[in-house]
Design a protein. Structure first.
Length: 402
């Protein structure tokens, strides 16, 4: 079996492909001379970078033409060692490697007639607990707030919490400082780095307190800061929120410096989580060695694919770190994360992003996997268990390498 062509595709999920809050997945399809194709996703469906992601799939696609797709580790090493930039890692390089690696695992599972988790060692977890992610945008497909474009008041956050609980979730995640307390959006100063004012800290506290009161003591609340904060400001926020029983504290400062993360860990009595912007095994080493994070969050579509994510989670297991595979992509990204999480013994919880609720995004793939009462079943179809629809492929912006 040989790889004969590679299709790089920007999927139309109903959003303009520009701007911070865009969400249009970038997918690779690897095609073989025996008619078996595999799908993988590149994790730059949002933020600024989709053109680079689309391009790297074409560049790396040229590298793998003619290879045996069943030799996944060999191909990963070829891209890593022979492309010059592979050894440098980083967002775009690792994301391209991720998409290709996922597609190769999809091919292998299809050829052998088993889901990927069987090839990774078999299930450790039969059901996967999920949390409702990014409640600062509300929850569900209907706006949480009426007549304005952002969540401001504590009661807004309580209302989003109630929606998630009504959907069966026992855990939620929110960024309590992403949205200013003033309208219109962006009006007034809202500095999140350096020393925060008492007012800013109070705004964050009041929002989380409202969520805690709505959810009660049994609701697990994850607080994420998206690295909008630095060491000083994240410690201020974290210390203020400690009494509200936070499940873990995500990306409190830059993911580029483990010593900064360690300083937050030493001063905030909440487990620290990070990983979506840490790439490949080498990127996680300093955070594991100094034990600055307690929950590792490798993104399967950004850190090097299924192969690398499994290895990173195993490294974390050796340091007593729990693992939550980061997911902020399309249905293919979700399926890849579920396959890994089914296997790893240090699995903690699965991220179910608000964008994953969008009907247009869900319609781009053949199967609509959604949690039931806050838990996922793992897809048991051969390979990844997910594919683009013919309609999505037809409407995609596609570049093919042969």
């Amino acid at each position: 079996m040989k790889i004969v062509s590679v299709d790089a595709m920007i999927i139309d999920a109903g959003n303009p492909t520009q701007g911070r809050n865009t969400w249009n997945p970038i997918v690779v399809r690897i095609n073989t001379d025996e008619g078996v194709s595999g799908f993988g996703e590149l994790g730059i469906a949002y933020g600024r970078g989709y053109r680079a992601g689309f391009g790297i799939l074409q560049d790396f696609g040229e590298v793998i033409i003619g290879e045996d797709p069943m030799k996944i580790e060999k191909i990963w090493e070829k891209i890593y060692r022979s492309t010059f930039w592979g050894l440098g890692g980083g967002t775009v390089i690792s994301a391209g490697m991720s998409a290709i690696d996922i597609a190769l695992w999809d091919i292998k599972g299809k050829v052998l007639g088993v889901p990927i988790y069987e090839l990774l060692g078999g299930k450790t977890n039969d059901k996967l607990r999920a949390y409702a992610s990014q409640l600062q945008f509300g929850w569900g497909n209907d706006p949480t707030v009426k007549g304005r474009d952002q969540m401001i008041l504590p009661e807004d956050y309580a209302a989003a919490t109630k929606k998630a609980i009504d959907d069966g979730y026992t855990a939620i995640k929110v960024d309590p400082i992403a949205m200013s307390d003033q309208l219109p959006k962006g009006k007034g100063p809202w500095q999140t780095r350096g020393v925060l004012s008492n007012k800013q800290i109070q705004v964050a506290y009041d929002r989380i307190k409202a969520m805690r009161e709505e959810g009660g003591p049994d609701l697990d609340i994850i607080v994420e800061l998206h690295s909008y904060t630095d060491v000083v400001s994240s410690i201020q926020v974290g210390q203020a929120l400690e009494e509200l029983d936070i499940y873990y504290f995500e990306e409190p400062c830059s993911p580029l410096n483990s010593k900064n993360m360690l300083e937050v860990h030493k001063n905030v009595n909440i487990p620290i989580a990070s990983g979506e912007r840490i790439y490949q095994r080498t990127g996680f080493v300093p955070f594991l060695e100094d034990q600055s994070i307690q929950v590792i969050q490798p993104d399967v579509c950004l850190t090097g694919g299924i192969s690398e994510t499994k290895k990173i989670c195993e490294m974390g297991h050796a340091y007593d770190c729990a693992a939550q595979v980061h997911v902020c992509g399309g249905p293919i990204a979700k399926a890849a994360a579920l396959q890994v999480e089914a296997v790893i013994p240090n699995f903690l919880i699965h991220e179910h992003h608000k964008w994953a609720l969008d009907p247009k995004g869900r319609e781009t793939c053949k199967y609509d996997y959604q949690p039931v009462d806050g838990y996922y079943e793992v897809p048991d179809k051969p390979g990844l268990g997910q594919e683009l629809t013919e309609e999505a492929i037809k409407n995609a912006t596609t570049a093919t390498v042969k």
